[in-house]
Design a protein around this ligand. Structure first.
Ligand code: MF3
Ligand code: CO
Ligand code: CO
Length: 277
C-alpha cells in the first residue's frame, strides 16, 4: 500500500500520466503474475502455525518466487530488506520478517506478496489465523475480508474511487471497526505503485474516475480500535497507536466492461460476485 498523497482539485480532473491502464494484450501477463502471487499465499497459508517465525515465511516466499522464475518486488524496494511483508497483531502493514519473531497460538498475521513475472506485478495479501485466536480477532479478520469484497463489488466501468471507499467504510464502521487512512490501494501493472490512489473510505461519486482497463489494488486495513497508526523507528513497520489488532486483505484487479476481473484469486477462494457458480 502507499502512503496518502494529497492532490490539488485541478489535478484530479484529468487522468495523470502515471495512471495505471492496461491494454487488452496485457491481460494474460497480469493474469499470470496475479496467479503466481495467489499461489504464494496458497503455499504459505497451511504452513503458518505456532512456532514458525516470520523469517521462515519470508524464506518460503523467496524460494517459491525464485523457483517460478519471478522476482520479489518488495526486496530492495525503497530499501525494504525482505521478500514479503509479515504484519502480526497490532502491525497494520509493512512488518519486516524477523527470525526472532516466533508466531504463537492466537496471533493473526497478514502476509503480503508481490512477485514480478515477465515485467508485470501481482500484489495480494491475506490475514491468517495462528492456532485459535479469540472470537474478537476472528470476527475482525472475517469483517476485513468482507470489507475488501464490498469494495471490489463497488467497482464498475467509469465508476469512482469514492464508490469503493464508501462501500468499505460503511460496512467496517457498521461493525464497530475503523478504517486506516494513512495507507491506500494503488495502480499497479508494470510498476509497483502508481495512480490511481485507492482510498478505503470516502463518498460515492468522489475522487478519480476508473475507466475500463484501470488496474489497481484494493487492500483495506481495518482496526479493532482507533484508525490511527504510526511508523516505528525501522521506518517501515506501521502499528496501531492504541496497540489493538489490525487486519488486511488485498487483491489486484482490472476494470472490465461488465465490472471487474480479479487477477489474484486463490485456488480455494470463491469470488462472491459470481453468483451462479
Ligand atoms: N505489497 C505492499 C502493497 O500492498 C507494498 C509493500 S512495499 C514493501 O502495496 F517495500 F514494504 F514491501
Ligand atoms: Co498493494
Ligand atoms: Co501488497
Amino acid at each position: 500500500m502507499i502512503r496518502v498523497k494529497r492532490k490539488s482539485k485541478r489535478q484530479s480532473k484529468r487522468i495523470p500520466r502515471n495512471f495505471s491502464m492496461l491494454g487488452e494484450d496485457e491481460l494474460p501477463q497480469m493474469r499470470a503474475a496475479g496467479q503466481l502471487a495467489a499461489s504464494l499465499l496458497d503455499m504459505v497459508g497451511p504452513r503458518i502455525q505456532p512456532g514458525v517465525t516470520t523469517d521462515d515465511i519470508d524464506n518460503w516466499v523467496q524460494e517459491m518466487t525464485d523457483d517460478l522464475g519471478a522476482i520479489s518486488a518488495p526486496f530492495g524496494y525503497h530499501g525494504f530488506p525482505a521478500h514479503c511483508c509479515t504484519s502480526v497483531n497490532d502491525v497494520v502493514c509493512h512488518g519486516i520478517p524477523d527470525p526472532k519473531r516466533v508466531l504463537k497460538d492466537g496471533d493473526i498475521i497478514n502476509v503480503d506478496v508481490t512477485p514480478i513475472l515477465d515485467g508485470y506485478y501481482g500484489d495480494c495479501s491475506r490475514t491468517f489465523l495462528v492456532g485459535e485466536p479469540t472470537e474478537l480477532a476472528q470476527k475482525l479478520v472475517e469483517t476485513t475480508y468482507e470489507s475488501m469484497w464490498r469494495g471490489i463489488a463497488a467497482v464498475k466501468p467509469n465508476g469512482y474511487v469514492g464508490d469503493i471507499g464508501h462501500a468499505i467504510q460503511q460496512f467496517a464502521e457498521s461493525k464497530g471497526y475503523s478504517v486506516v487512512r494513512q495507507f491506500t490501494g494503488h495502480g499497479i501493472a508494470t510498476d509497483f505503485h502508481t495512480e490511481p490512489q485507492i482510498l478505503h473510505y470516502g463518498e460515492p461519486g468522489k475522487g478519480d474516475m476508473l475507466p475500463i482497463g484501470t488496474s489497481f489494488t484494493i487492500e483495506p486495513m481495518i482496526n479493532l480500535g482507533d484508525w490511527r497508526c504510526q511508523v516505528l523507528d525501522d521506518d517501515w513497520t506501521a502499528v496501531t497507536v492504541d496497540g489493538k489488532l489490525s487486519a488486511q486483505f488485498e487483491h489486484t484487479m482490472v476494470v472490465t466492461a461488465t465490472g471487474v476481473e480479479i487477477f489474484t484469486l486463490g485456488a480455494q477462494e470463491k469470488n462472491p460476485l459470481l453468483k451462479n457458480v
